[in-house]
Write a protein that binds this ligand. Structure first.
Ligand SMILES: [Zn+2]
Length: 260
């Protein structure tokens, strides 16, 4: 009995094991079949074709934005243009000091520094000569003419800068604001005083105002007197230029006036 029962028992265990395996297989296969059915069924077959396309595009877009910056646009937005008249250039020397220092070289140096700083700030710029052909109908966000005052010793008051906008412009509010910006920022940056008392007829009726497009706001700045302000004009022309640039930026960026 023992001899017979033993194999029977073994057979019984083996049979039981095969049953378990068979059941497990059925469960597993059912699971695989259900999982496959679900994978095939969602979400594509639930949603209309157009909706799945839209979702795919939305997901692709979201991934693109999250991981990489957008490529530059094919047609970049044109940059704002600023005109700078380098006073007296290609015409005459302007004011002259006894040692030969000329206004035209001060103006040219400052104009080039202004141009470099504006280009760095993202603007297109033109440096125009005093009677440049391009002044005729010139269009820009702003035009600023750069000059310097006499090298004669007049008195201790002959120091500081002057700004004047056009009295003939068709955009008086813009021209006034350009002048106000230049006065405010130039005085802050350079520490020079606004010399309001001696703005001349030549400044107010500057020839370029009649040549440029009437919608181009324009101003003329006398950046300092070549006698008493010689040090800043010659040795710190970068500060002079920065004062002009901050004035122009104040205007084109519509910054608050009187607030740092
Ligand atoms: Zn001049």
């Amino acid at each position: 009995m023992n001899k017979k029962r033993e194999p029977e028992t073994n057979v019984g265990i083996a049979q039981g094991f095969r049953d378990v395996v068979r059941h497990l297989s059925v469960v597993l296969m059912a699971g695989v079949a259900i999982a496959t059915a679900f994978t095939l069924w969602t979400p594509a077959s639930v949603l209309p074709r157009s909706a799945t396309g839209a979702i795919a595009r939305a997901m692709a877009t979201r991934v693109g934005r999250n991981t990489t910056p957008l490529p530059p646009t094919a047609t970049p937005i044109p940059r704002e243009r600023i005109g700078i008249v380098s006073g007296h250039s290609e015409n005459d020397s302007g004011a002259v000091c006894p040692d030969g220092l000329t206004e035209v070289e001060i103006n040219q140096n400052v104009s080039e520094l202004v141009q470099a700083q504006l280009e760095q700030a993202g603007f297109d710029t033109d440096i125009l000569s005093e009677f440049d052909d391009r002044l005729e109908g010139y269009r820009a966000s702003a035009l600023v003419s750069i000059h310097a005052d006499s090298c004669d010793y007049i008195n201790e008051e002959a120091t500081g800068f002057k700004v004047s906008g056009s009295l003939e412009t068709r955009v008086p509010a813009e021209s006034d604001r350009l002048s106000s910006c230049l006065i405010d920022r130039y005085s802050r940056v350079t520490g020079l005083k606004f010399h309001a008392g001696s703005i001349t007829y030549d400044m107010q009726y500057y020839h370029a105002y009649r040549e440029i497009a009437p919608q181009t706001p324009a101003a003329i700045i006398e950046v300092g007197f070549m006698n008493l302000d010689r040090d800043i004009l010659v040795n710190h022309a970068d500060v002079v230029a920065e004062g002009v640039v901050k004035g122009i930026l104040c205007y084109v960026r519509n910054e608050d006036l009187g607030i740092e």
